[in-house]
Design a binder for this molecule. Structure first.
Ligand SMILES: NC(=O)c1ccc[n+]([C@@H]2O[C@H](COP(=O)([O-])OP(=O)(O)OC[C@H]3O[C@@H](n4cnc5c(N)ncnc54)[C@H](O)[C@@H]3O)[C@@H](O)[C@H]2O)c1
Length: 316
């Protein structure tokens, strides 16, 4: 049995990861400051293999106290903590500095102090910036993120790479696409569902609806992370996503409208992006991950249908 520390483990992806690690028979210590996550989303524990610690992961000292209090040594750290409110980061760049980057610094400082060698990191397609129709494989460059969030994810990757040289024995960097499913804490589907519940006859959409992105269901994302974890290598960087080019915001708006409030009028804003730092389209290559033996079963449209159904149920 291994002990995993999951930073940001009370958030959307974290909760799904924690469930899967517990199902494998491992133990998990969740570290989350509950700024966005919720403790009640975690499974009710009866086996003694799950513990929860409310802590700011940018504080290495505080994280160290948690690690010292555990009854055995941590084997692996999963860093899922970050700011997930992208517009908040646009308003105030310190939000992403503290939540997205300094969590990485704090976690690595704690790992070095406790000689924990294995890190898995949730990075993002946002590190690539706006590359238009270029196919994005892992070693494309130069990397010019267009949001503070993307900039701080890229800075985190660089910090982790340096730590591999300094002391880590293994680091996996997962570049996530848009991830959907439950428990949804943020994102386009829950926004549309809530807007329609508040105003059932009209759905206002940010941007002109032509933004095109790839969507992966969270169950498949966790599968992919566990697959990459099983591969050999000291520093592994992978794009994770479905095989298709993605789906437009217009299609998503129509799917949610039909599920929640059929007949509602959809009103689009101007411009090809929803907010400052939004990347209107990207073509994500997942060839490296396919060559390493993993591919998504669901395309973006099927993942969306499933997630819309789940989120509508969640919001009842
Ligand atoms: N969901 C997506 O579509 C997506 C896409 C790309 C990358 N990611 C990355 O995946 C990871 C998980 O995202 P998510 O969708 O589950 O978001 P989320 O907001 O649901 O989860 C993030 C968790 O981190 C916690 N957190 C934030 N700052 C913290 C701090 N200083 N100390 C401790 N905990 C802190 C929050 O309380 C929350 O529980 C994040 O790193 C995110 O950047 C997510």
């Amino acid at each position: 049995m291994k002990l995993h520390l999951v930073a940001g483990g009370a958030g959307f992806v974290g909760v799904n990861l924690v469930r899967r690690l517990l199902a494998r028979g491992d133990a998990v210590a969740v570290c989350d400051d509950l700024s966005r996550g919720r403790r009640e989303l975690l499974p009710a524990e009866t086996t003694g293999r799950l513990s929860f610690h409310k802590v700011d992961c940018s504080e290495a000292e505080a994280l160290g106290k948690v690690v010292s209090s555990l009854d055995r040594a941590v084997d692996e750290v999963w860093h899922m903590a970050a700011n997930s409110d992208i517009p908040a980061g646009v308003e105030d760049p310190r939000v992403d500095l503290y939540r997205t980057f300094l969590t990485t610094v704090g976690i690595l400082e704690m790992m070095r102090r406790f000689s924990i060698g294995c890190l898995h990191f949730a990075s993002s397609s946002a590190i690539y910036g706006d590359l238009g129709d270029l196919e994005i494989h892992e070693n494309i460059g130069p990397l010019e993120p267009i949001s503070y969030y993307g900039a701080m994810k890229l800075a985190s990757e660089a910090h982790i790479r340096a730590a591999v040289e300094a002391f880590l024995s293994r680091a996996n960097v997962f570049r996530f696409p848009n991830v959907i499913g439950v428990p949804a804490t943020h994102g386009v589907i829950i926004d549309f569902v809530r807007k329609l519940r508040g105003m059932p006859r009209r759905l206002e959409v940010l941007g002109n609806g032509t933004q095109t992105k790839a969507y992966l269901h969270v169950d498949e994302l966790v599968d992919a992370m566990l697959h990459i974890r099983s591969l050999a290598g000291r520093y592994c960087v992978f794009n994770i996503g479905p095989s298709d080019a993605g789906i437009t915001v217009r299609q998503i708006a129509e799917m949610v409208r039909d599920a929640v409030s059929p007949g509602a009028e959809i009103v689009y804003g101007g411009g090809d992006r929803g907010w400052v730092g939004d990347v209107p389209r990207f073509r994500y290559s997942v060839a490296k991950l396919k060559a390493a033996g993993w591919r998504a079963r669901l395309g973006s449209a099927d993942a969306l249908s499933r997630a819309i159904h789940e989120i509508v149920e969640q919001e009842r």
